[in-house]
Design a binder for this molecule. Structure first.
Ligand code: DX5
Ligand code: ZN
Length: 222
């Protein structure tokens, strides 16, 4: 069983100390850094863009994945790649020409992911699975951190895992994002996740980033 990767989302970090918070995550054992990019159109919230992605890049040597919760993400692929992002994830719901958009991401040298909202059937991504490096399964409705994990996500993660196996794409990363913490990370991993995003479970007033990541890791390994 490969070790699940933990990708702290900076959405709930103290953005006035972004570099420090990212360093704390790296030193605390995080595997990736997850950037939640929101445009106020595809989702109700507005967060960060390529400028902050570049600041994050300067603060860590960890892989950075940018979760583009934006309309027409193809417009910004170059800007996020130039900022130093390693993997760009676009939403199937925002991409009428998804295959072309995934191709465009690969043409920059970056890895490409496709994200699926809780209400979107997994069948919508079947045709793109041979072309992507990662599937991002949303376990909350996108737009905000600190939300409750949507319970039926566990069955959906299993269905995506099964679909990846059915099309011979077992090596594609299955990332789960939203409401994951100590109480459910083992179930999420057991359902087939290989990467887990954690925002409020890592960045919160209760414990240090290091302690929170350690607790997540222990919980994941059961
Ligand atoms: C929500 C984002 C998630 C969120 C995770 O739209 O995509 O990455 O920030 O935060 P938690 O782990 O607090 O749900
Ligand atoms: Zn995210």
């Amino acid at each position: 069983m490969t070790r699940v990767r933990i990708a702290p989302s900076i959405l709930t970090a103290d953005l006035g100390r972004l570099a420090e918070q990212i360093t704390e995550a790296q030193e605390g054992g995080a595997d990736w850094i997850h950037l939640d990019v929101m445009d106020g159109h595809f989702v109700p919230n507005i967060t960060i863009g390529p400028l902050i992605a570049a600041a994050a890049r300067a603060a860590t040597s960890l892989p950075i994945d940018a979760h583009l919760m934006i309309e027409q993400p193809e417009r910004y692929i170059g800007a996020f790649r130039d900022a130093g992002v390693d993997l760009l994830t676009v939403h199937v719901e925002a991409c009428p020409h998804l295959h072309r958009t995934i191709q465009s991401i690969h043409e920059t040298g970056a890895k490409a992911g496709v994200a699926v909202n809780p209400g979107t059937p997994v069948e919508s991504i079947r045709e793109i699975l041979p072309s992507v490096d990662l599937v991002l399964m949303m376990s909350v409705n996108p737009g905000f951190g600190s939300q409750r994990f949507i319970e039926q996500s566990l069955a959906k993660i299993r269905r995506v895992r099964q679909m990846l196996e059915d099309v011979g794409q077992e090596e594609v990363e299955l990332q789960v994002d939203g409401g994951v913490g100590e109480s459910n990370i083992a179930q999420v991993v057991d359902a087939g996740a290989t990467v887990v995003v954690a925002g409020s479970a890592v960045y919160n007033p209760q414990r240090s980033v290091r302690e929170n990541i350690a607790r997540l890791r222990r919980a994941a390994e059961g």
